[in-house]
Design a protein around this ligand. Structure first.
Ligand code: S3P
Ligand code: PEP
Length: 424
């Protein structure tokens, strides 16, 4: 076990300009699309974190030539996915949900496994869907094996995607390559993280795939080729949120560069959330600047669409001077860890006042004291601990290295931010 990381206390309000690495969600989608095109393409601005490395390794295991040179990834031409490989999903939802729908097109068996916690993450829905579309799938969770024959009939299916939007995104990404394409209906409680599905649809269209999403809870992907595109990845706006939170909780000012004026990334919602909590957020000239008020107000908010932001919002709420209710996020129990239980445990462990509800968390103002903060192999739990540690002396995150899932060198970026560095 690594040494706990003493979260640095901000002696003065944080003032910095920060540049964050590329979006994990976009990187891993465009890598799959590039591989599905079968032609050569380049991805620039890719994130270099563990999830993207696992995706590159997965594509190589399917016989796709991939060369990674920092944030530039070259995906080479190939004439179909190869069977016989083994794919490590780590703890990456995007690998375990996006690669199997492509791997069913391989010309042989492909085996999948992942971290111990990955074996508990929901997979049955997407594996059942692949079976219904004509694939030979052994298993309902990691580890499992697909036996590809080089093609898949495809067609019409109904799934319950209330546990993860990634079931929908994963199937849509590969749907055009199925003989009959794909018509996917969702039937069940609302699908979480809808902006992530919009992201999938937008990227598919950029690759020339015809997608009809005009009817709620139904997506139709026409069969056809996936075009080769030279992709440019946006900065990861969800990973920008801990830095913006640093301005909010210390009464400082943080600017994140390269903020897109229009985006499907859920991280963009942080502008509204921070404003509701009393901070100022200004998007101008391609940069977002947040100014903190010193004291934050709590917030009563439905985070279903942007559940990924919950650990940051919970850290802010734990430092606010009025109660918060974070709702619509029951599905976070199936993320890297059970995030609802983990947040309540770590906040109350520091003397905070928080409890779980059926679909979220309630957090009330309380004086926090220093102490251990567990990351549970969850990058966003680790960064939430860093936010709290800015204003609570003596917070020690047990495994800060887990931030490398999507943000290599988070500790270095964090200290450069505290030093007021430009550009990071
Ligand atoms: O498609 C994606 O890139 C993601 C979708 C969301 O998953 P869920 O719908 O399972 O919450 C999100 O939380 C995750 O971080 C990334
Ligand atoms: C839920 C997350 O990741 P994953 O892609 O592994 O589901 C996340 O990054 O917050």
């Amino acid at each position: 076990m690594p040494q706990p990381w003493s979260a640095p206390l901000a002696a003065t309000p944080v003032h910095a300009t920060v540049t964050v690495p590329g979006s994990k969600s976009i990187t891993n989608r465009v890598l799959v699309l590039a591989a599905l095109s079968g032609r050569a393409s380049t991805v620039t601005g890719a994130v270099e974190g563990r999830d993207a490395e696992l995706m590159v390794a997965a594509l190589r295991a399917l016989g796709v030539p991939v060369e990674a040179d920092g944030s530039t990834v070259r995906v080479g031409a190939h004439d179909g996915f190869r069977g016989g490989g083994e794919i490590d999903c780590g703890l990456a939802g995007t690998v375990m949900r996006f690669v199997p729908p492509a791997a069913v097109l391989a010309d042989g068996e492909v085996r999948f496994d992942g971290d111990p916690r990955a074996r508990e993450r929901p997979m049955g829905t997407i594996l059942g869907a692949l079976r219904a579309l004509g694939a030979d799938v052994a298993g309902d969770a990691l580890p499992f094996t697909l036996a590809g024959t080089g093609a898949l009939p495809g067609g019409v299916i109904t799934i319950d995607a209330s546990a993860s939007s990634q079931f929908v995104s994963g199937l849509l990404l590969s749907g055009a390559r199925y003989d009959k394409g794909l018509t996917l209906h969702h039937d069940g409680a609302p699908v979480p993280s809808m902006p992530h599905i919009d992201m999938t649809v937008e990227l598919l269209r950029r690759a020339g795939v015809v997608v009809d999403d005009s009817e709620p809870n139904t997506w139709r992907v026409e069969p056809g080729p996936v075009g080769a595109v030279d992709w440019v990845v946006e900065p990861d706006l969800s990973n920008a949120t801990p830095f913006l939170a640093a301005a909010a909780v210390t009464g400082g000012e943080v600017t994140v560069t390269g903020w897109p004026s229009a985006t499907t990334q859920p991280g963009d919602a942080i502008r509204d959330i921070l404003t509701r909590m009393g901070a100022e957020a200004v998007l101008a000239d391609g940069a977002l600047t947040v100014r903190g008020p010193g004291r934050l107000s709590g917030v009563d908010i439905d985070l279903r669409d942007v559940g990924e932001l919950t650990p940051t919002v919970a850290a802010l709420a734990a430092l606010a001077d009025s109660p918060s209710r974070l709702r619509g996020i029951a599905h976070l129990r199936g993320h890297e860890t059970d995030r609802l239980a983990a947040l309540v445990a770590e906040i109350t462990g520091l003397g905070g006042d928080a409890n779980e509800t059926a679909d979220g968390i309630e957090i009330r103002p309380a004086a926090l004291r220093g102490g251990p903060w567990k990351a549970y192999a969850d990058h966003r739990m680790a960064t939430a601990g860093a936010i709290v540690g800015l204003v609570v002396d003596g917070v020690a995150v047990d495994d800060i290295a887990t931030t490398a899932k999507t943000m290599p060198d988070f500790p270095g970026m964090w200290s450069r931010m505290l030093a007021g560095a430009e550009g990071n």
